[in-house]
Write a new protein. Structure first.
Length: 107
C-alpha cells in the first residue's frame, strides 16, 4: 500500500532532482567559461568534471525514471482504492473539500 511517507519521499526526490539539475547546469556553465584556459591543471580538471557530469546526468535520468514509476504505482493504488470503495472515496474527497473551503474562507 502506498503510504504518506512514500509520497513525502517522492516529493523529496523531486526537490533533490531539481537542485541537482541546477548544479549540473552551473558546472557546465563553469566549464564553458574556463574553456580558454589551456593550462595542464585546467585541462585535467575540466576532463574530470566532464566525466563526473556525465555520470551525474545518467544517475539523474535513472532517478527521474524511478520517480515516474513510483508516481504511476501511487496513481494505480489510488485508482484501485477508489474503484473498490467509491463511497468512502467520495466522503474523503468531500471532507477534504469542506476543510479547504473553510480554510480559504477565513482569509
Amino acid at each position: 500500500m502506498y503510504t504518506e511517507l512514500e509520497n513525502t519521499d517522492v516529493v523529496t526526490k523531486q526537490k533533490l532532482m531539481a537542485d541537482f539539475k541546477v548544479v549540473i547546469a552551473d558546472a557546465e556553465e563553469l566549464l564553458k567559461a574556463t574553456a580558454q584556459d589551456a593550462s595542464e591543471k585546467a585541462v585535467a580538471a575540466r576532463a574530470k568534471i566532464e566525466a563526473h557530469l556525465s555520470d551525474a546526468k545518467a544517475k539523474l535520468a535513472d532517478l527521474e525514471q524511478a520517480i515516474a514509476i513510483r508516481a504511476k504505482q501511487a496513481a494505480d493504488v489510488t485508482d484501485q482504492y477508489v474503484r473498490e470503495n467509491p463511497w468512502k472515496a467520495a466522503g474523503i474527497a468531500g471532507g477534504v473539500g469542506l476543510l479547504l473551503g473553510m480554510l480559504i474562507s477565513r482569509r
